[in-house]
Design a protein around this ligand. Structure first.
Ligand code: ADP
Length: 507
């Protein structure tokens, strides 16, 4: 456990609940790894701090070893020992914190969804800062993510900066404002925060229920930089309809709040090298894509009679946010339009899962429809490669990764104009968009008629103008969705914030 070397770039430490591929539930995990790697490539020193979950993909960690130190951290009026592990994930140094707490916080076979998540992650946030303090680290930026580590922001300014961990600016990224982690105000005291000071309207008090505290609000109020994952979503959450109760807070702090579109890991998502695929292919060799489509049809028992029948894909968590009623509608409408539909998705919501099981059953031997109701990484790659189009009719979508991955695999997105979809999918027929940026089919209203319109235009173009379709596919495959430009944007925000701090601290 050593303090950090001096070097020309910035020293950035991410404190997060997820990191792909070791501990991933959703997009947050991809961002921590993708942004971290891109910043490291740009010459910055990047480190990650994660809980040491029992259910991690341990085979993704290189050189995992326990350090010869014990970090003691405060919780519920006592000090608890934490074992500190270190290893390398995707080339990034990662610290894993293993608390010796009788509640076995990260020994549950589960990353989230426990009754005491507020305790688990407020404990972790404090232990992570304690690690940085005791190791004598002097980061320029501490970057925390979502409600689980938003506690870092108030903990840093109220407790750790006074203790001497005071080199850093705090950046907080909210990946989805739907999840705010509110809890009865008294629970905040467990990690040592002052409930009376913080349960106030201008600090952490929930804007709707006044005897509850809201960690995301705390992240917004107490951080120097606040980001979310697309420019359009950043606008939407500043409205009463989109802000999930936090719009007034975000408007008050609007000067430090910005939306930056996520990138994707273009090495992991690369049809030219993807070993999950039947055949690898590039934009200049689309025969390979056709072979993947044929292989998928065989694999799923779909009809191969008509090579030119469009294949629509949908890869998603089946939750209300994703527009499940519109997904269901799109299945039936695709059939009427003479297309094929493959859905890969699973639902944590029992009645939605049951409903889709019913549809899956109805079509189990059908020539043109297949529903696969599970999470399957390998199959997802094959579907991106096999499909001609991917439908994403989200009600709201902070960023969305599936439209970006789809385009990289030459599957044309049909997407609702919301959040990050609105910042990355541009309608082929929209005259207000320069021709070279048009890359898919969009619709505005979250209703069946609007889905029909976009779907019909896509199927018609596919069937009636194969040449133009091929150009569209090639154009989509050549768009740069790497982390490069997003990482440059974060770098600029970090650097400005650090420079401002240094300027104010000058004697
Ligand atoms: P969210 O984070 O809201 O689920 P995103 O579009 O940001 O949505 O990210 C979804 C990611 O999860 C994509 O990488 C997608 O390929 C993957 N995914 C979603 N559902 C499945 C599934 N059933 N099987 C495999 N991968 C899935």
């Amino acid at each position: 456990l050593t303090s950090s070397p001096t070097r020309p770039g910035l020293y950035v430490i991410h404190i997060a609940a997820e990191m792909a591929p070791v501990a991933k539930v959703g997009g947050l995990g991809d961002v921590v790894a993708g942004l971290g790697k891109a910043l490291q490539k740009r010459g910055h020193l990047v480190e990650i701090v994660l809980p040491k979950y029992d259910c991690m993909q341990y085979d993704c960690i290189r050189d995992l070893r326990v350090l010869d130190v014990v970090v003691e951290s405060y919780f519920d009026g006592q000090l608890f020992k934490n074992k500190i592990w270190v290893g390398t994930v995707e080339g990034l140094p990662v610290y894993f914190i293993e608390p010796h707490h009788p509640n076995k916080f990260f020994w549950r076979g589960e990353i989230y969804g426990e009754h005491d998540d507020f305790k688990r992650f407020s404990f972790f946030s404090r232990a992570a800062l304690e690690l940085l303090l005791q190791a004598g680290k002097k980061p320029d930026i501490i970057h925390c993510h979502d409600w689980q580590t938003a506690f870092v922001a108030p903990l840093y300014w109220d407790l750790y900066a006074p203790k001497g961990l005071n080199s850093a600016r705090i950046c907080f990224t909210c990946h989805n404002f739907e999840y705010q982690g509110t809890a009865p105000a008294a629970e905040l005291a467990s990690c040592g925060l002052d409930v009376h000071q913080l349960n106030r309207p201008d600090r952490m008090q929930d804007n709707s229920v006044h005897d509850r505290v809201n960690p995301v609000k705390g992240g917004v109020v107490f951080s120097n930089i606040v980001t979310t994952v697309s420019p359009t979503y950043a606008q939407e959450v500043r409205t009463a309809e989109g802000g999930k109760g936090l719009h007034s807070t975000l408007n008050f702090h609007s000067k430090k709040f910005i939306g930056i579109l996520n990138g994707i890991d273009i090495d992991a998502w690369n049809p030219a090298t993807d070993t999950f695929l039947e055949v690898q292919y590039t934009a200049n060799d689309l025969q390979g894509k056709a072979e993947n489509k044929e292989a998928m049809r065989r694999h799923l028992g779909l009809s191969s009679a008509d090579v030119r029948k469009p294949l629509l894909g949908c890869i998603t968590r089946l939750v209300p946010q994703k527009g499940v009623h519109l997904i269901r509608h799109a299945i039936y409408r695709t059939l009427e339009l003479g297309g094929q539909f493959v859905l890969l998705g699973s639902s944590p919501v029992p009645h939605i899962q049951r409903e889709f099981e019913g549809i899956a059953h109805q079509f189990q031997n059908h020539d043109d429809i297949r529903l696969i109701l599970k999470y399957d990484e390998s199959l997802s790659h094959s579907i991106y490669a096999a499909s001609d189009m991917l439908i994403i009719p989200s009600i709201f979508e902070p960023c969305g990764l599936t439209q970006l991955i789809a385009m990289r695999y030459g599957s044309v997105p049909i997407a609702r104009k919301t959040g990050g979809l609105n910042d990355s999918v541009f309608d082929i027929d929209d005259d207000t968009i320069p021709l070279q940026f048009r890359n898919g089919f969009t619709f505005l209203n979250p209703d069946e008629q609007s889905v029909n319109n976009a779907l019909e235009r896509a199927v018609n173009l596919y069937k009636n103008n194969p040449k133009k379709w091929q150009q569209l596919v090639q154009n989509d495959m050549n768009i740069d969705f790497s982390w490069e430009s997003s990482a440059a944007h974060y770098e600029e925000l970090y650097a400005k914030s650090v420079a401002r701090a240094r300027a104010t601290n000058q004697p």
